[in-house]
Design a protein around this ligand. Structure first.
Ligand SMILES: Nc1nc2c(ncn2[C@@H]2O[C@H](COP(=O)(O)OP(=O)(O)OP(=O)(O)O)[C@@H](O)[C@H]2O)c(=O)[nH]1
Ligand SMILES: [Mg+2]
Length: 368
């Protein structure tokens, strides 16, 4: 039962009772904006505070009943859970919702579905398929185990359930190998490009940052490269490269834009997108683009830094580019300059092309 293009959805976030109310609000706001990015219509947003998630269904039983009740009245077809569920929990929730013509997605499902809608290049599409296999595989095995458990009661222990699970596992393993091979050949040609650039001595500068911070806008403003800019999350899913002239050094550098980061970016996704992120990993300098008009700026800076840690680029020199100054007339330039001094903050508006000369100047200075 596939989900329609514009599904009506109930959102729920299961959080520890100790979470700051502001943080809880931010998580739900982001989930809503992810849902809209997918094309979903948000009917209700729910919070459940629990010390520990329910072992079987993650969400508590009472809450699930409440959800089903609302779904009936409001014609909802999709429940989106802002957490990472185990395969067996996803299966259990799905079974409860099925009689009510509803499906459940967890956070990865939602992000994968957005990616699938936005992927334009062959490479991005392959990476998403690979991530989906990594994510969905265990669920299918989980289903097999559940089938075995149920069959156990009727005396046909193991049997059919097990055989199906083995078949599915083999099928997934084969698909995975094929996708990896295809991806490798694409990755190789990208690596060749990179080597050639290195041979001719071009330094590379990679733009990173939270999704929707204005990374693609900055690439466009600095290089006039025609890249896709949109007020949605994950508008960019591949790497784009443009040339930037540095007058001080009388040389050009390559500037690349890539996929945006997000809080709780599932490690499976980072893995699958590794070849896209190669450009970032091998860069000589990073521009961390930050939306200065965002009330949750500080948290997002931290979350991007966490992903950079995972990518093991903590040693690459970095400039903090505070973007969208036109939207935040009262931002605290002095405070930010002091707080993030090691990253030589620069303040720009990619939209109005303000502050770009200073940024170019700073790039020349910080390039090793
Ligand atoms: N007002 C204003 N809007 C901006 C500025 N820079 C970017 N935007 C807007 O912010 C939105 C996101 O911009 P993108 O450049 O697509 O952001 P991104 O970081 O590439 O986003 P993803 O690829 O989705 O991760 C778009 O609607 C842009 O028009 C700016 O300096 N000022
Ligand atoms: Mg982008």
């Amino acid at each position: 039962m596939p989900v329609s293009q514009k599904p009506r959805a109930i959102l729920i976030d299961v959080i520890p009772s100790t979470m700051e109310p502001l943080q809880a609000k931010r998580r739900l706001m982001e989930l809503e904006s992810l849902t809209r990015t997918y094309g979903g219509i948000v009917v209700v947003k729910l919070l459940q505070k629990r010390a520990l998630p329910n072992y079987r269904t993650y969400i508590g039983k009472g809450k699930l009943e409440e959800i089903i009740q609302i779904a009936k009245e409001e014609h909802v077809e999709l429940l989106i859970i802002n957490n990472l569920l185990k395969a067996s929990q996803m299966y259990a929730v799905g079974e409860l919702l099925r009689p009510h013509h509803m499906r459940a997605w967890d956070r990865i499902d939602l992000i994968l579905n957005i990616f699938a809608k936005n992927a334009k290049t062959a490479e991005a599409q392959l990476q998403i398929k690979l991530a989906a296999i990594h994510h969905m595989g265990p669920r299918i095995y989980g289903m097999g185990q559940e089938m075995m458990r149920q069959a156990g009661g009727t005396g046909t222990r193991g049997g059919q359930g097990e055989t199906n699970t083995e078949l599915m596992k083999r099928h997934f393993a084969q698909q995975e190998r094929r996708l990896k091979r295809e991806l490798e050949s694409l990755t190789k040609s990208r690596a060749n490009h990179r080597r050639r650039r290195m041979r001719i001595g071009l330094k590379t500068v990679s733009i990173v940052g939270y999704t929707n911070a204005g990374k693609s806008s900055l690439l466009r403003a600095l290089t006039r490269k025609k890249v896709h800019v949109a007020d949605t999350l994950f508008a960019t899913l591949d790497t784009r490269v443009g040339k930037l002239w540095l007058p001080n050094m009388q040389t050009s550098v390559l500037l690349s834009d890539t996929i945006g980061f997000i809080q709780d970016l599932p490690p499976q996704l980072i893995d699958a997108f590794r070849s896209t992120l190669d450009e970032t990993v091998s860069a000589d300098l990073l521009l961390h683009v930050i939306d200065v008009s965002d009330p949750f700026m500080a948290e997002k800076i931290r979350e991007v830094e966490e992903v950079l840690d995972v990518l093991q680029v903590s040693d690459t020199p970095k400039i903090y580019v505070f973007n969208k100054i036109d939207l935040a007339p009262k931002f605290k330039r002095g405070t930010l300059s002091k707080r993030y001094a090691p990253y030589t903050p620069v303040f720009v508006s990619a939209e109005n092309k303000a502050g770009l000369d200073e940024l170019i100047d700073q790039i020349s200075k910080r390039l090793p």
